[in-house]
Design a protein around this ligand. Structure first.
Ligand code: TXA
Ligand code: MG
Length: 346
């Protein structure tokens, strides 16, 4: 079933949706980051359906979503002072914290690890569903494994219609990139996946922060990493992609034009609106992600733009990169994986 709550949550429908979750079914719902495919986190069979719907590798654990900080201790234990500070400052919000799990969380959720990733979304619809379902909700991003995450219902329906029991539409998501994932080791917060909560913000609260070395590195499938999600192909359209970032705007245009020529125009550029008129590609082959000066706008648009580019089926998608600072860090982490590290930086 499809429910549109973009303007207002319908309370009768809310009951239906929450019953579906309680009864072990899958529901797609909005959060402030990206849409999630939710299931009752305490129900092994229900969580198993998520892995099937997404085609997700079984060693990749799933984030458990709560509506309220007071529920954290139901599923996690031995919370340290540093972890508590992070909870106090960043939840609810686009922030996921990995904590020691309690036994109520089944192994399938955590891929057998003794930790559980916890997030409290800053979104009324998400929190309403979690509250009235009355259970913690396991939810990965709403996309087929390996594809860009779903940030609006039109994209999601094309990919996942028929694979879940209900789809709740809350409009395009506010942030557009998945949450910052953090694990505290020896009292130091380690960023395993950058997101809207930046290293600077975490440092300000804790006085310390490390970005995991694998965030900008190609990780081997057999590697042992803190977060299994790091090693899988992700955020990738079917078409081959190349990422281009030059500090100097003139260089940037030069390289883009060079590749447009090399591929005889059979390209799609996913780029900044300021560059559209300079790139001389044919009609429909430039997809704007917004202004090069507005990283929040780019974050909101990037996944949908990649999907749109893919539909045109060019020989290659050329993507404009940006500075790895602020939200740029999270965007570049995703884009490097989108292009499978085929990257030019000048
Ligand atoms: O913004 C978000 O976080 C979205 C929305 C729906 O909340 N969710 C999301 O989930 O992005 P997913 O499954 O697409 O990404 C979760 C990431 C994966 O890279 C996974 O490996 C990592 O978190 N993860 C989950 N549990 C973990 C754990 N116990 N230890 C280490 N990494 C974990
Ligand atoms: Mg995902």
């Amino acid at each position: 079933m499809y429910y549109n709550w973009e303007d207002k949550t319908n309370t009768d429908e809310l009951k239906v949706v929450c019953n579906l979750i309680k009864n072990g079914e899958l529901v797609i719902f909005p959060t402030e980051t990206v849409y999630g495919i939710g299931a009752n986190a305490l129900d092994e069979n229900a969580v198993g359906k998520i892995f099937i719907a997404k085609g997700r590798p079984s060693d990749n654990p799933i984030i458990v979503h709560l509506a309220d900080k007071r529920k954290i201790e139901d599923i996690a234990q031995n919370i340290t002072e540093v972890e508590q500070k992070l909870i106090d400052n960043f939840m609810p919000g686009p922030f996921t914290l990995i904590l020691e799990k309690k036994d109520v969380i089944p192994d399938i959720v955590t891929a057998g690890q003794n930790t559980v990733a916890i997030r409290i979304p800053d979104n009324i619809i998400a929190r309403g569903i979690i509250t009235y379902a009355g259970v913690p909700v396991a939810a990965p991003s709403a996309n087929i494994s390996g594809k860009p995450s779903g940030t609006n219902i039109k994209d999601i329906r094309k990919e996942l219609e028929g694979k879940v029991s209900a789809i709740v539409d809350g409009g395009p998501t506010r942030i557009g990139l998945e949450s910052t994932v953090v694990k505290v080791v020896n009292e130091i917060p380690i960023i395993l996946r950058p997101g809207a909560i930046t290293p600077e913000e975490i440092d300000e609260v804790v006085g310390n922060v490390i970005i995991d070395g694998n965030v900008f590195k190609k990780v081997d499938y057999s590697a042992k990493v803190e977060s299994p999600g790091m090693k899988y192909k992700h955020y990738s359209p079917n078409t081959k992609c190349k990422l281009i970032y030059c500090k100097d705007d003139l260089d940037q245009i030069f390289y883009l034009k060079k590749y447009v020529k090399e591929y005889k125009g059979n390209v799609v550029i996913v780029g900044f609106k300021e560059h559209e008129d300079q790139l001389l590609v044919s009609e429909g082959r430039f997809i704007s992600v917004g202004s090069q000066y507005n990283y929040e706008e780019i974050a909101r648009n990037i996944f949908s733009a990649l999907r749109q580019a893919d539909e045109i089926k060019p020989e290659i998608i050329l993507i404009e990169g940006l500075k790895k600072e602020g939200m740029g860090l999270a965007i570049m982490n995703r884009l490097l994986r989108t292009c499978e590290y085929d990257y030019i930086e000048k």
